[in-house]
Design a binder for this molecule. Structure first.
Ligand code: PLP
Length: 420
């Protein structure tokens, strides 16, 4: 095929598409022995599922199928949902926002594609701009979203070994603010900062003070700060530390219905200043006419009735907090006699293991585990823009612990066996 530059770039089999194909094939095989700890699927939380089914039945009973899937919404997404969410966020967080500060898209992934390419890449004056990730490792889904090459720069983290009361071997990545400041001062091509909070893959939740410092730097350099809140508050609300959500007109806050249990409904949400929202709407208009209306329609009544946030706080958060505790307990037990460190579990539903004395790379471990039908994600994929020579990049793996304890145990024990 004679593909364009776009076609050539986006049809390449890269690290993550290869992984996604592996995960897809594993799922298709229906092999009951598969231990699936890869991918980013949320758990099916029974009480939450019941609520969604009740909402769907209510929409059908009242014959409200037109707004559900019988009409095109506007290009920024379903108006009723945008207004309801704006009201909720402005009353809950006292932010000065309206529906005009909210745009929807077909998943956060699609929204990030638009945002990154709005700000970075080839500029009208011929210059080339980039997105800066202040804290590597970062969400692998960003890696191949640039329409042009060389669109992402990342900063290596500071690594802090934590003193834990029970001797649990844990560490935490911290933002190296000196390096961030130096990069901003020396590289005028940085067009935006972007950080996921909670972070996929590590479960890190950068502190309020770190957010404030990033926000101040973004403002100083007149560039936006993009915060990927896919796992954060107020929904799904998978945060196990003290952390507050902040927004101002220079912050682009990205949210999603996926981790609440609705990844198939492909609903991503952007909260930003009105100019950015209008820009997203215009790109949506060209790309997809209007975003999916099923997700927003299903959730609007829950927002209007003030039922969604209590559901997250009282059901979703305890559900995942318990999973996190199980994961830490299993880690402490299984890896007690090995030089393996767990990233402090502060949010989302991933364990990030660092094999300090690894004799094989995380990629080789991935291949060996795959042969045993155990699926994880090898860590090097998440170090977007970080040079390959850094040994640490090849010593980490990501494990999705939103599964049952028996499956997690089996997977961790297989990993231990291969790494011992
Ligand atoms: N951001 C992060 C940090 C994620 O982990 C994911 C999915 O796993 C996404 C964004 C994309 O989510 P979605 O497109 O399903 O809304």
């Amino acid at each position: 095929m004679n593909y364009s530059d776009f076609g050539t770039k986006f049809t390449q089999l890269n690290g993550i598409t290869q992984l996604m194909e592996d995960l897809g094939n594993a799922k298709k095989s229906n092999n009951p022995n598969i231990v699936m700890l890869g991918g980013g699927n949320p758990a099916q939380v029974p009480e939450v599922n019941d609520v969604f089914i009740t909402e769907l039945q209510a929409l059908i009973a009242t014959n409200k199928v037109s707004p559900l899937f019988g009409l095109y919404d506007g290009p920024s997404g379903n108006d009723e949902f945008r207004s309801a969410l704006a009201n909720q966020l402005s009353s809950y967080y006292t932010w000065d926002i309206s529906a005009d500060n909210i745009a929807l898209g077909n998943g956060s992934q699609a929204n990030f594609f638009i945002l990154f390419n709005l700000f970075a890449g080839l500029m009208p004056n011929g210059s080339h701009k980039k997105i800066l990730f202040p804290l590597a490792p970062e969400y692998v889904g960003y890696a191949d979203q640039g329409l042009s090459a060389d669109m992402f720069v990342a900063i290596k983290p500071d690594i802090e070994i934590l003193a834990t009361p029970n001797g649990s071997k844990q560490f935490k990545y911290l933002i190296d603010f000196n390096a961030v400041k130096q990069t901003l001062a020396n590289d005028s091509s940085i067009a935006a900062l972007c950080v996921s909070r909670p972070t996929n893959p590590t479960g890190n939740v950068i502190t309020d003070a770190e957010v404030a410092q990033l926000d101040a730097l973004a403002t100083q350099y007149n560039i936006p700060l993009i915060i990927d809140n896919a796992y954060g508050d107020p929904f799904p609300g998978c945060i196990y530390t003290e952390a507050n959500l902040s927004w101002n007109s220079n912050i682009i806050l990205c949210m999603s219905l996926s981790k609440l249990g609705l990844p198939g409904l492909r609903t991503g949400i952007v909260v930003a200043n009105k100019a950015i929202i209008q820009a997203i709407g215009r790109v949506n208009g060209s790309m997809v006419l209007s975003p999916n209306s099923v997700g927003p329609s299903l959730v609007t009544r829950l927002i209007k009735n003030d039922a969604l946030l209590p559901l997250c706080h009282n059901v979703v958060l305890p559900f995942y907090r318990h999973k996190a505790q199980v994961a830490i307990t299993l880690f402490n037990e299984i890896f007690a006699d090995m030089n393996v460190y767990l990233h402090k579990v502060e949010g989302a539903f991933f364990m990030w293991l660092w094999f300090k004395d690894a004799k094989i790379t995380s990629e080789i471990l991935y291949q060996q585990l795959k042969a045993k039908h155990v699926y994880i994600i090898p860590g090097h994929n998440f170090f977007i823009g970080i040079d390959d020579n850094w040994a640490h990049k090849h010593q980490c793996i990501r494990i999705n612990y939103a599964t049952d304890a028996a499956t997690l145990r089996k997977g961790l024990e297989t990993i231990k066996h291969l790494m011992a």
